[in-house]
Design a protein around this ligand. Sequence first.
Ligand code: AHR
Length: 663
Amino acid sequence: MRQTVVHGCVAALMGVLLCSAGFGAESGVQLVARADRPGTRISPTMYGVFFEDINFGADGGLYAELVKNRSFEFPEALMGWSEVKKGATAGSIQILDQDPFNATNPHYLRLKLQEAGNGYGVANAGFSGIGVRKGEDYLFSAFVRGDEKARLCIELVADSGQVLAHTTLKAVRSQWTKETGKLRPTATEAKARLQVLLETPGTVDLDMVSLFPQKTWKKRPNGLRADLVQWLADLKPGFVRFPGGCIVEGRYLSTRYQWKNTIGKAETRKLIINRWNDEFKHRPAPDYFQSFGLGFYEYFLLCEDIGAEPLPILNCGMACQFNSGELVPLDQLDPYLQDALDLIEFANGPATSTWGAKRAEMGHPKPFNLKLLGVGNEQWGPQYIERYERFAKVLKEKHSEIKLVSSAGPSPDDERFHFLWPKLRELKADIVDEHCYANPEWFFDNAGRYDKYDRNGPKVFMGEYAAQSVKTVSPENRNNWQCALSEAAYMTGLERNADVVVMSSYAPLFAHEERWQWRPDLIWCDNLQSYGTPSYYVQQLFSLNRGDVVLPVEVTGQPPATSKQPGLYVTASRDQKSGEIILKVVSNAPRPTAADVKIEGIKQVARQGTMIVLAGAKLTDENSLAEPKKVAPVTSSLKGAGTSFQHTFPPYSLTVLRLKARD
Ligand code: AHR
């Protein structure tokens, strides 16, 4: 029997065409949008991103450093490193901390070679290997001290043993000096290793052994992985929330995130354990630490580069309540409050101020224009309220221009949530951060959640959400089309309620294929490649087709759509600059839905518009490195539009219609 295999995208497109023609469609549904009754303004921060150093999101991910344990500060000081002997050589390696080049990260490696051989030294395995591309430049650097006659050779070696690139350092000096070299591999390799070899007898000390691609984002030294930043830039996010998540809280207060330890020269940033190192017994990551090479300065720069508002989250004197729940006594909160004030000065203060000067010294005399600040991550209980109150009092007194983001706890509807909300309302909190990891049904069933919210209370930030195909923290969760579709349905409700919801972000953002702790995630990568999940494309379609004002839209001819009663979920908005009316329509119906679309209160809607459809051939469809675009948007021209037209929405789809309109 002959079989015809139709590619997922082609199948989806065929579905779209058949549906546009109305074949096999259900009918009787009407979508009526009112162009003459523009509602609330949609905040430019409506769709943003939440970055946390989980799943090797920072070191081994977004931060482009390719060497693991570059400063030998992991508790197991040689983790990531191994001895290399080429031929019969007699040498030794030692970890020392006397007379270091830097007291914050004092350990360094001593290489000793007794007799000349073909090379003796160490290899670094990178983060599950080092990804390098043929013909591109890689910049090696290290702090080196030793016998001036010593010759140090640097190599990139493939898994097969083939040397891909080789260079010799120009000099070794008797005092700690930063030495550099350039490597250009002759082949692309996802799992290379870096070798540092002594070729002459002698002793050499090494620290901060580093390798970066020259092509970082904007070619910045100490920079970020360009392909990963590009995914973010392509979302045009309204904000970046950073650096977490639970990472802010720490399992213990001693391992909380302290922004002041993440600025200044990279080698002076003190390494600590990453809280996801040993959080999940089912996904241990014993080599997960935070070098803070990606620190607060880099986060601010990233926001500036991609036009997003920075939203730093600060520890409020509470360690993670899922772990130790350690508390800073209220009368000892001052250093935490001072950290918040100093952060505002670091971001916004003049270059002549104490903290503004540090920003200027790092290369950014102009302020970063910080407007938002998070007080704690996912805290709860009276302990949180007491601490939030202190923060709010001090910060509002000194910086009324900064909007504070407070926590509604880890669940969208439990006793912690119901305790926190009234308290925060009483305290006149600015923006309350809600979190929700739930099954797709929850998202399909809660698109109307904010219809019922108090219009006069604090605004809402849906700060962490993602549909879980199995259950929260299950390693079996998948980034499939059903999850993404349910998020899209939910997002129509966020946007329709833009007078209440002012920010939202999917979580978590990045994951490395071999080194993740938590799934689902928005963007996946290995050492060389990356792809966006179906959820990524949902976020992108909402963000790029946000519009500036909400238009009222009514759906008749169907009961309100839910997981059990599938139908259309709709939001309408208007882009004030282009005048376009934007309809975002999610269908969780198993068959095409023919709808009469009407735009009322407008003179003219052009017959031709734009249609973007995101749909999977199956609800279980996922993207992958092998099939990165299995579920991806398909853009086409929409014909036969007008103030009143019929349109058939494909089953299980997100459709964006952009209609050219004239008042
Ligand atoms: O996104 C993963 C984790 O989920 C975050 O760190 C935390 O805020 C939430 O519990």
